[in-house]
Ligand binder design. Structure first.
Ligand SMILES: NC(=O)c1ccc[n+]([C@@H]2O[C@H](COP(=O)([O-])OP(=O)(O)OC[C@H]3O[C@@H](n4cnc5c(N)ncnc54)[C@H](O)[C@@H]3O)[C@@H](O)[C@H]2O)c1
Length: 325
């Protein structure tokens, strides 16, 4: 049976990161001739690519470059001749509080570079990963792709700017760009160090014998999705023709409070101690829940892993493999 990416050269910006590493695995397994990673390893890890390199050897090519630098990216695409580019490179949302312009600019600069290279014919199709963060706190629930863009952090503002920029490239130059807005992902290999999100942070604290931390009253909600489901959905969408200029949410469609996800993790990890309460983070989105009808109509069920199962798999990974940090 022909595999879906057989013979194709694929490039993944941010391929050394959490979702990116899983995407690289999946593309190589789906027959890609070459999977080219461009990552500056700001948060990415070489270990995320170890499995892919062991299984697929020379097919995996890694460039330690800045995807927002036009000359670096020109050199890479000139050498590797990608057919399709998946844009996942970013600096984590929490980086916004340390370097607001840097968080914003990273997202916009990379979109600009990839748009320019696409316009010049350097490759054929861009699968651009945006984020649910562009919507800000839900004005309507569930949130569909027409929800207004009300970014609350400079990271999200940069993502929203990148989305609008790429939409303008579709409009002006008729280039082939598909934008995907994942909601909150969790799973093996997610960064558990600086700038970490709630799931890896909580798992790590409990594994180290520390007290988990709840920010604010914990009533903030998110739509959580297991990373393998996200990668499958990205690939399923990326092989459909005629989606130029379209935007798709990816989530579970379920709304879970931060308090509830921490309590579920405590249960899964048999932790019955205290939870420490901290002041609410500024600019924390208060409510998120995806309307996934648009993607579902094309690719069927999306989040097939239940939260409890996904969290168990995640905890097992951190317990048995994890990062040596
Ligand atoms: N994880 C989530 O919950 C989530 C939710 C919504 C959207 N997304 C989007 O999905 C994509 C992947 O997210 P992730 O969780 O894997 O993030 P991640 O931080 O694990 O991966 C991002 C990767 O980009 C790299 N990077 C940063 N700046 C770069 C640059 N200038 N050039 C090249 N590489 C650079 C980092 O080193 C890292 O490896 C991002 O675009 C993110 O906005 C993620």
């Amino acid at each position: 049976m022909k595999m879906r990416f057989e013979g194709q050269n694929c490039l993944v910006t941010g391929g050394g990161g959490f979702i990116g590493g899983h995407l690289v695995d999946a593309l190589a397994s789906e027959g890609a001739a070459r999977v080219v990673v461009v990552d500056n390893f700001f948060l990415g890890k070489e270990e995320n690519l170890t499995d892919a390199k062991r299984r697929h050897g020379d097919k995996i090519r890694i460039y330690r470059e800045d995807a927002g630098d036009l000359s670096s990216m020109t050199a890479v695409v000139w050498k590797e001749a990608p057919d399709i580019v998946f844009n996942l490179a970013t600096k984590a949302l929490l980086y916004s509080f340390f370097n607001p312009p840097g968080a914003c600019r990273t997202n916009l600069d990379i979109a600009l570079v990839l748009g320019e290279l696409l316009r010049g014919g350097a490759y054929g199709r861009l699968i651009h990963l945006s984020s649910s963060e562009v919507y800000g706190t839900a004005r309507t629930v569930p949130m569909d792709e027409h929800h207004p863009l009300l970014a609350e952090t400079s990271y999200a503002a940069g993502k929203a700017a990148g989305d609008l920029l790429l939409a303008s490239y579709v409009n002006m130059f008729d280039v082939d760009i598909l934008t995907i807005r994942p909601f909150n992902n969790y799973g093996p290999r997610q960064n558990d160090g600086q700038l970490a999100a709630v799931v890896p942070l909580t798992v790590k604290r409990i594994l180290r014998g520390e007290v988990p931390v709840l920010s604010g009253d914990g009533q903030q909600t998110r739509d959580f999705m297991f990373v393998h489901d996200t990668v499958r959905a990205i690939l399923n969408l990326s092989v459909i023709d005629g989606l130029q200029g379209q935007v798709f949410n990816l989530g579970s469609g379920d709304e879970t409070s931060i308090r509830s996800i921490i309590e579920t993790l405590c249960r899964v990890m048999h932790y019955s101690g205290d939870i420490r309460h901290e002041q609410a983070r500024k600019a924390d989105v208060m409510r998120h829940c995806a309307d996934i009808a648009k993607a579902k109509a094309l690719i069927g069920d999306i989040a097939t892993t239940t939260l409890e199962d996904g969290l168990r798999k995640t905890v097992d990974w951190y317990r048995n493999v994890g990062w040596k940090t």
